[in-house]
Ligand binder design. Structure first.
Ligand SMILES: *[C@@H]1O[C@H](CO)[C@@H](O)[C@H](O)[C@H]1NC(C)=O
Ligand SMILES: *[C@@H]1O[C@H](CO)[C@@H](O)[C@H](O)[C@H]1NC(C)=O
Ligand SMILES: *[C@@H]1O[C@H](CO)[C@@H](O)[C@H](O)[C@H]1NC(C)=O
Ligand SMILES: [Cu+2]
Length: 188
């Protein structure tokens, strides 16, 4: 006899999770709701994705634990001239030895949002956790440096939003995956 009301509650919860404040009513969020702010990262814990130049791109994306989320520093050179602006994301899987960027899976999407419609950067909590350029802007030019904090990135494996042991992937303006590198732990 409790079943109908339970179903009703679940329906209401699902509906609420698909609409969100901060947009104009068309903004979508994850099936599991908005991304949660991460407050238990170890401050200073450092992970890095190193681009060794074999794919043209050379440099690092450094990820440092902060009291809220993770601080990212994108510091790369060798992006192909005229092919930008470049999107970049945390992809689900690392790059297998001898593999390619095609092997890294899709974006880290811990709250099951999907990448369509595109991320609304004014409501970053509604975006895929791994959609870094959607939230903080694409990079352009052959040499770029970009620093930002992402409140939704986790360094603890038990957390949704865990970015460790995955990869950073750069895409050119036509979405081609031009370079990728493993996210590996440097210090605790
Ligand atoms: C509002 O909705 C339109 C139509 O879907 C979309 O193009 C636009 O980006 C949205 N703006 C905001 C701030 O959500
Ligand atoms: C992380 O970013 C925040 C916000 O931008 C900044 O205040 C803080 O100093 C940064 N922390 C580190 C360790 O870089
Ligand atoms: C990336 O990490 C995976 C998993 O640890 C590892 O098997 C692979 O060899 C690494 N890829 C590269 C290119 O180092
Ligand atoms: Cu990507």
């Amino acid at each position: 006899m409790h079943l109908p009301s339970l179903v009703g509650l679940l329906g209401a919860a699902t509906l609420a999770a698909c609409q969100t404040a901060g947009g104009n009513g068309t903004v979508v969020t994850g099936k599991m709701g908005d991304a949660r702010v991460v407050k238990n990262n170890k401050v200073g814990e450092t992970w890095v994705a190193t681009f060794d130049g074999t794919q043209g791109v050379k440099g690092t994306v450094t990820m440092v634990g902060w009291s809220i989320g993770v601080n990212y520093t994108v510091d790369v050179t060798g992006l192909p001239a005229g092919k930008g602006p470049f999107a970049f994301h945390v992809h689900l899987k690392p790059v297998p030895l001898g593999g390619t960027c095609a092997d890294t899976g899709g974006h880290l999407d811990s709250f099951v949002r999907g990448d369509s419609p595109p991320c609304d950067s004014t409501a970053p909590q509604t975006c895929e956790v791994g959609d870094l350029s959607g939230k903080y802007g694409k990079v352009d030019g052959t040499t770029v440096k970009k620093v930002f904090n992402d409140a939704y990135s986790a360094l603890d494996k038990i957390m949704l939003g865990y970015i460790g042991e995955r990869s950073i992937v750069f895409h050119d303006a036509s979405s081609v995956r031009i370079a990728c590198a493993n996210i590996t732990k440097v210090t605790t």
